[in-house]
Design a binder for this molecule. Structure first.
Ligand code: SF4
Length: 382
């Protein structure tokens, strides 16, 4: 028996990020402080759900005036948060002749047999933003309101694999799963394909994660990138040890003498970043309402700065032809559009040219520099 079932993807994911936060959320029922990014995500999901439900009711594939009505009824502050996502929502078109599922709730028991979402026997469960089946292909669409990660990260996305695993049990007729991660802010979608044979490995992976949760005893805080969106910062022991109310951060040791101390301070550094971001958010709200804050010689305010980017091929071509017209050589123009190692790697991957990686990198000039920063496990260390 699984004592902490039912498991959702977010429940498993939170444990993998920070067992301490998991304990607060799922064992002690402490409500996390809702982060602004989560709030916006929730609001946008609600609007899309209403919009698609209405389209299905009307039997239409798209209808912008329906969307405008839904957005028009929102409170002005909610509307402001949702508006940047509206162009992408307008682009949603329900394919003809299919039966779409909106916010489909699915669950399986511990024998991986489908059961009702609310059933006591539910072992794994999920709520899928939008899905439909065409022939033997199940299309799963996940709306994303955050920034798009690198294509490498998207390739490894676990949440969509978790959904494919569940949907594979609920729709045995599907042999192929096409997963679309739709980054609404950028109107960009990334597609992943999973064959049914791969699901066994996905199942093994999640069962191992669950085994770890079920046998965990310590539930220690593990600071990392996720601290930046953690809703438990105010009760986190790592945060408290960094900024104890009665002490000053100046009480840091003169130098680190043990590995444990180094580990503790590295974790503290992550949490300090989160505190900094939180202070910044609070100050932004204050300044927006009450005006700039004067510090000796400095003003904290929304200062305007301007930047111009040439991101598309058309924009680059327009600038290049302007410069060529004025007699600038093509070689000199190329310097303007210098590319990066990351851009070349992603380009090769996108075009299935990974075998050219070494050769392509050898065409550039390699330089080694030192940067003191956090880097993902397995990343190169100079
Ligand atoms: S702030 Fe970081 S270490 Fe602390 S509970 Fe949250 S995720 Fe865990």
């Amino acid at each position: 028996m699984y004592k902490y079932a039912p498991y959702s993807f977010s429940k498993i994911d939170l444990f993998n990020k920070c067992p301490y936060a998991w304990r607060l959320r799922y064992l002690e029922n402490v409500k996390p402080e809702e982060q602004e990014s989560f709030r916006v995500g929730r609001l946008v999901h609600e609007v899309i759900e209403q919009y698609l439900t209405e389209l299905i009711r009307l039997g239409e594939q798209t209808n912008h005036s329906v969307l405008e009505k839904i957005v028009g009824k929102l409170d002005p502050d909610v509307q402001e948060k949702v508006l940047p996502f509206v162009p992408a929502i307008r682009d949603i078109v329900i394919p003809p002749g299919i039966k779409p599922y909106v916010e489909l709730k699915i669950a399986v028991d511990n024998n991986f047999k489908p059961c009702k979402y609310e059933d006591e026997s539910a072992f794994l469960r999920g709520r899928i933003d939008y899905s439909y089946i065409i022939d033997d292909t199940l299309v799963i669409i996940d709306w994303k309101t955050d920034n798009a990660p690198s294509p490498e990260k998207i390739e490894k996305d676990l949440q969509t694999r978790f959904y494919a695993l569940l949907l594979g049990e609920v729709f045995p007729e599907a042999s192929r799963f096409v997963i679309e991660l739709s980054y609404l802010k950028y109107q960009k979608a990334y597609k992943l394909e999973i064959e049914r044979d791969e699901l066994e490995k996905v199942k093994e992976f999640f069962l191992k994660c669950i085994e770890k949760i079920e046998t965990e005893k310590e539930f220690k805080p593990t600071p990392g990138d996720w601290c930046s969106v953690c809703g438990y910062l105010s009760v986190c022991p790592v945060a408290k040890s960094v900024v104890p109310a009665e002490k000053s951060v100046l009480e840091l040791p003169e130098r680190i003498t043990t590995h444990e101390e180094a580990l503790k301070l590295a974790g503290a550094l992550k949490v300090v970043d989160q505190i900094r971001a939180r202070i910044q958010e609070l100050l932004k709200d204050w300044v927006a309402e009450h005006g700039p804050i004067q510090l000796s010689g400095e003003v904290l305010d929304f200062h305007k700065s301007e930047t111009v980017k040439w991101e598309t091929a058309d924009q680059k071509a327009a600038l290049a032809s302007l410069l060529v017209r004025e007699g600038v050589s093509k070689e000199e123009i190329w310097d303007l559009f210098s590319t990066s190692k990351t851009a070349v790697c992603s380009f090769l991957k996108r075009h299935n040219l990974k075998h050219l990686l070494e050769e392509a990198l050898a065409t550039g000039e390699k330089s080694v520099y030192e940067r003191f920063c956090f880097r993902k496990k397995g990343g190169e260390r100079i």
